[in-house]
Design a protein around this ligand. Structure first.
Ligand code: AMP
Ligand code: MG
Length: 344
């Protein structure tokens, strides 16, 4: 199969992409979070192609992308008032809501759950594709399962060249980490995955929020969890990743004294001078966590190289978008964290 690259500035792109979706094919779509691997979410055969292309476990459900908040009612039922309030505040945007599914949503999209995840993405071209296709687009992140997510069309081409019909090239993704997922079937709502809409923003609108344990800790593969995706090793380059926590100076002292040939250091821009001679790679500036979320997956993909032995990583602290960066980096490190403050 020849994978076509469809440029964002062509008037034909939206029509071509929508036609492929309608005919049961696979199209990678740009969003503000990461690139998604899209198919008609109501067509089980098309959805099966997503799982095959990604090598995605069958028990990991997909998010349905819709073009406006009103479409929620086509696929969800018993919608609480809070869903409309969240949609008004944050859609289009990086927020996914889990709601009871209507029977028109096939089991392969929901992985057999009674709920469905829906999101209206903040990318005009992608919303236009959904509208023209006339069906919701089921789309997980476009990476091969387990690998760091795709934030450019080139990342998608690297993983899927010759295996999918087309890639819509909308440039690099603005947020850079996947959407925030909130389960609205519980009261108070439960945060299943942090993302571009921060816990602080959600609490300001909802009043209260429970944080699922899968957000902050390693989950056993056999565990029954609310968001099945959270239990798998995720976002990881081929080698071991170790997070080194603590002050800038203590972390540098720890890393420099343990560093061996073949190791890399994933750090903040401000820290580059501390790691001279240790092959450092910056993924953004600590002073602006949004640059870290935008740069994280590109950096992790660059570090996905068999010649690298180990990656020592520096992780931002605090809330806001830094909370989502912590979550992705800790998962990439399989929660392997060393506190440099305790090292003497
Ligand atoms: P991805 O788009 O690859 O980031 O994966 C989608 C994420 O949404 C996975 O972590 C899924 O477990 C989660 N998800 C999708 N549908 C549901 C649902 N009905 N209930 C809970 N989590 C969901
Ligand atoms: Mg993913």
């Amino acid at each position: 199969m020849n994978t076509r690259i469809l440029p964002a500035d062509s008037a034909e792109t939206a029509k071509t992409a929508a036609a492929i979706i309608r005919s049961g094919g696979l199209v990678a779509i740009p969003t503000e979070t990461v690139y998604g691997l899209g198919a008609n979410g109501l067509n089980p055969e098309a959805v099966a192609k997503i799982f095959a292309a990604k090598g995605r476990p069958q028990d990991n459900p997909l998010i349905l992308h819709i073009s406006c908040a009103e479409e929620m009612e086509r696929f969800c039922q018993q919608i609480p008032q809070s869903a409309y309030t969240l949609a008004r505040h944050f859609w289009p945007g990086p927020l996914t809501m889990v709601l009871p599914a209507k029977s028109c949503v096939p089991a392969c999209t929901t992985a057999g759950l009674s709920t469905v995840a829906v999101r209206c993405p903040d990318h005009p071209l992608t919303r236009q594709i959904i509208e023209l296709a006339g069906v919701p687009i089921a789309a997980p992140s476009a990476n091969i399962s387990g690998k760091p997510s795709t934030t450019t069309a080139q990342h998608v081409l690297h993983d899927h060249d010759g295996r999918i019909d087309a890639i819509v090239d909308g440039g690099p993704c603005r947020v850079g980490v996947e959407s925030t997922i909130v389960d609205l079937t519980e009261d108070p709502p439960r945060l299943l995955r942090p993302g571009g809409i921060t816990p602080e923003q959600l609490i300001a609108v909802l009043g209260d929020l429970t944080v699922d344990k899968a957000v902050t800790a390693q989950i056993d593969r056999d565990a029954v969890v609310k968001a099945p995706g959270m239990k798998y090793r995720h976002y990881a380059p081929a080698c071991q990743v170790v997070i080194v926590a603590g002050s800038r100076e203590k972390a540098a002292r720890y890393i420099r004294s343990h560093w061996e040939t073949g190791d890399r250091v994933l750090c903040f821009e401000e820290e580059l001078p501390l790691y001279e001679g240790c092959c450092p790679l910056s993924y953004g500036t600590e002073a602006d966590a949004a640059t870290l979320s935008a740069g994280l997956f590109s950096a992790l993909r660059e570090l996905d190289d068999p010649s690298i032995r180990r990656v020592y990583a520096r992780c931002p602290v605090g809330g806001g978008i830094a909370y989502a960066v912590q979550n992705r980096l800790k998962k990439a490190a399989a929660f392997h964290i060393i506190n440099a403050e305790e090292w003497v």
